[in-house]
Design a protein around this ligand. Structure first.
Ligand SMILES: [Zn+2]
Length: 417
């Protein structure tokens, strides 16, 4: 019994040391001794095992000319490749990455998710096969596939559940279908969580332990990272802030309620209100744009992008709409900042790019409506990651799962036999 117990702690310590090497590497053995308070010989024992298992590798310091061997340890990021997919409502982005989420090949195209799971996944498989053949020479073997989906995801089922805008996808076994097709593990999550993970591991929030990622597109959602880990909540719906009610608003939402944040201030709402400004003539710029779009073949409709352009051109009504929308988002974020006290709020999604006035209005409301202690060092910024955050985040989700502390502990234990 006693030796089992020691063995258990031994393997678990290996997993924990791997975790430090993955997150903080390249790192020396001496640094590991300092940050774990374990003895030099204990560290050496675990490091040697991790090297044999093949999850880390050792690099000699080239500048070192003195006696004795000096080297740095790092995650063996070239031991395999992973695929990250971001399925949007109208687009698909696929990346093949190494295990540190360096993009080796990628492809994006328009794809309507309403076509249903079978046609959409069939197209995704074709894109994956093409990209894999491109990187075959340099990459290792395929280790796993991660998918961000634009709806509420039940991670136990590996599928979306009652998505308002994805006909045919309700409880479709996405994870199991992809796992069967490629014969490697597949992991699914909602797109906002996946983006938050991308920001945490490779984007604007790499140095931040606790932050809020807010995606403002057609809809609005948030991902919470707490102490470096994505917080999904009890059933996986944490951060679903688009359906928080705005006082005094009555527009009906796809969820069945009225006055939800996303039907009041999301990209779809801004577009709808912009079209109203064009029709009523309240916005000369948008009226002119609408007339021009209507004459095109095929005709187009005003979106949030045009509202942003009108605002930046000094169109008063459009500017007021942008500011009002930003303030609604900001008033909800202020409540979250008071509740959660994050270090950063990162704003992503296409609608964030409609103009500085939008972000300024969000920031103004958060600062005005949150407590001073919560905002004194709070950073509110646009994502610097841009288009890549979804697919890279999906790839990182796979790496996090395959090389979790528990998974590596298991690998070490199996190795020990
Ligand atoms: Zn709603």
């Amino acid at each position: 019994m006693k030796s089992d117990r020691i063995e258990f702690f031994g393997a678990a310590a290996g997993g924990a040391i791997f975790d430090i090497i993955r997150r903080e590497g390249p790192i020396s053995r001496a640094q590991l001794v300092r940050s774990t308070a374990l003895s030099k010989s204990t560290i050496s024992l675990h490091v040697d095992r991790l090297l044999k298992v093949g999850v880390i590798k050792e690099e000699a310091l080239q500048t070192d000319s003195g006696p004795g061997r000096r080297s740095l340890l790092r995650f063996a990021a070239d031991r395999g490749i992973v695929v990250g997919i971001e399925l949007g409502v109208t687009s698909i982005d696929v990346a093949v990455c190494d295990l540190e989420a360096l993009v080796l090949a990628s492809h994006s195209e328009a794809l309507d998710i309403a076509r249903g799971p079978v046609p959409v996944l069939t197209r995704a498989y074709e894109i994956i096969e093409t990209l894999l053949s491109e990187v075959k020479q340099e990459g290792g073997s395929l280790a796993g596939i991660g998918i961000g989906l634009p709806g509420p995801v039940n991670r136990t089922l590996g599928s979306v559940v009652s998505p308002p805008i994805m006909p045919g996808w309700d409880r479709y076994p996405v994870r199991d279908e992809v796992t069967t097709h490629f014969g490697v593990p597949c992991f699914v999550d909602n797109d906002v969580n996946v983006m938050a993970l991308g920001e945490a591991r490779a984007g604007s929030a790499r140095a931040s332990e606790s932050f809020l990622f807010v995606k403002i597109g057609t809809g609005i959602g948030a991902g919470l990272v707490i102490d470096g880990q994505l917080y999904r909540g009890f059933k996986g719906s944490a951060g679903d802030i688009g359906h928080i009610g705005i006082d005094g608003e009555t527009t009906r939402c796809s969820c069945g309620n009225r006055g939800c944040l996303e039907v009041v201030a999301g990209g779809g709402a801004i577009a709808r209100k912009g079209r109203e400004l064009a029709e009523s003539g309240a916005s000369p710029f948008l009226s002119e744009t609408a007339a021009r779009f209507a004459a095109e073949d095929p005709p187009r409709e005003i979106t949030a992008v045009e509202v942003g352009i009108a605002a930046s051109q000094g169109d008063t009504a459009a500017l007021e709409l942008v500011i009002e929308s930003g303030r609604h988002v900001g008033s909800v974020l202020a409540k979250l900042v008071n509740f959660f006290n994050p270090e950063m709020v990162i704003l992503g999604g296409g609608t964030v790019n409609i103009g500085d006035a939008f972000v300024a209005a969000i920031r103004e409301m958060v600062i005005r409506r949150s407590t001073q202690l919560a905002t004194v060092d709070l950073v509110i910024r646009r994502s610097a990651f841009g288009e890549q955050s979804g697919m890279v985040g999906a790839a990182l989700m796979v790496v996090d799962e395959l090389f979790s502390t528990r998974a590596v502990t298991e690998m070490v234990r199996e190795f020990d036999g």
